[in-house]
Design a protein around this ligand. Structure first.
Ligand SMILES: Nc1ncnc2c1ncn2[C@@H]1O[C@H](COP(=O)(O)OP(=O)(O)OP(=O)(O)O)[C@@H](O)[C@H]1O
Ligand SMILES: CC(C)(CO)[C@@H](O)C(=O)NCCC(=O)O
Ligand SMILES: [K+]
Length: 274
């Protein structure tokens, strides 16, 4: 039987889906992603009496994982659920969980933030800087693609927000009469830049422009902070990283590829409080 002491769940509510992390103290045991859960499913979770029941409910499709994680726990001891959300309507649904804590911007020790800064950006930057050092620039290749940087004094320098890869492809097909939706699963290698068919022309336009734009932000960051670090996270991180290795190897070799930066930030905050 495995130890259930100090277990807690991290939940990052993104704009596309949920990202989960199971922690034992400061150790992030593992992570998984799910779709948003319907209100009825959240209600059922909140009624669970044991950790086992809870894990059975939130790993519906992960048979192997859930068997690995069958745990003993006393009844009525649901683990703390630490939530960071950028989707207020989703946050509201989770309020019925008995042992919930919602991380807000004022709890992140980053200095000089502006009031509407996304909690995902603040936590990822805090987690990355605490783990790898400041100055740190975090690139989040998620639904939205964001840049968020902090200097050596852990002060927010600022950042930028643009549509992520998936959103760029979706909006082209949704807002035009003739453009197809380009499935990113079909991507194998870089498209030819001067393309001779519609699908490849869309890929070329979006991908080469995005890579050049990201490179430009990174170079501007290194002008400000020559020793500054750069970390990349988010659902499209691997695709982008692989392209960077093909076209801008000098940049790729300095990138920190880390999917769990937001959870790193959560852990810093939860653990620093003892
Ligand atoms: N199974 C998947 N479901 C949804 N998106 C996926 C999946 N696998 C990879 N992706 C890619 O991840 C991107 C979304 O990234 P991610 O899941 O990090 O976003 P999110 O965390 O839901 O949103 P946010 O940017 O608000 O944090 C999409 O552009 C998509 O191409
Ligand atoms: C930019 C997103 C959508 C990225 O997930 C999120 O961080 C957010 O909603 N931010 C609020 C606006 C801001 O960060 O300036
Ligand atoms: K994100």
């Amino acid at each position: 039987m495995r130890e259930t002491k100090n277990i807690w769940l991290g939940l990052e509510i993104g704009n596309s889906r949920l990202h989960w992390g199971l922690f034992r103290g400061e150790t992030l045991d593992f992570t998984w992603d799910t779709d948003y859960l319907p209100e009825s499913a959240i209600y059922q979770l909140a009624q669970c009496q044991t950790l086992d029941d809870l894990l059975l409910a939130i790993f519906p499709l992960h048979q192997r994982t859930r068997e690995e994680f069958l745990l003993t726990s006393s009844p009525s001891s649901l683990p703390p659920l630490i939530v960071a959300s950028v989707v207020p309507s989703q946050t509201a649904l989770w309020q019925i969980y008995p042992n919930i804590r919602i991380i807000t911007l004022d709890q992140v020790p980053l200095q000089a933030v502006y009031p509407t800064l996304g909690i995902d950006r603040a936590l990822a930057l805090w987690g990355a800087g605490k783990s790898w050092g400041f100055p740190m620039l975090v690139i989040d290749a998620g639904t939205a693609l964001t840049f968020t940087g902090a200097d050596e004094n852990q002060c927010l320098v600022g950042g930028a927000i643009l549509p992520g890869l998936g959103l760029q492809f979706a909006s082209l097909s949704q807002k035009t009469g003739q453009l197809p939706f380009v499935e990113m699963q079909d991507f194998t290698s870089l498209p030819s830049r001067f393309a001779n068919n519609t699908s490849e022309a869309i890929q070329s336009g979006v991908i080469y422009t995005l890579l050049a734009g990201i490179r430009d932000f990174i170079e501007a960051w290194w002008c400000l902070f020559p020793e500054g670090k750069v970390a990349i996270k988010g659902g499209d991180r691997t695709l982008l990283f692989n392209y960077f290795q093909t076209v801008y190897l000098n940049i790729a070799s300095r990138l920190i590829l880390e999917p769990n930066l937001t959870f790193c930030g959560m852990r810093e905050i939860v653990m620093s409080e003892g």
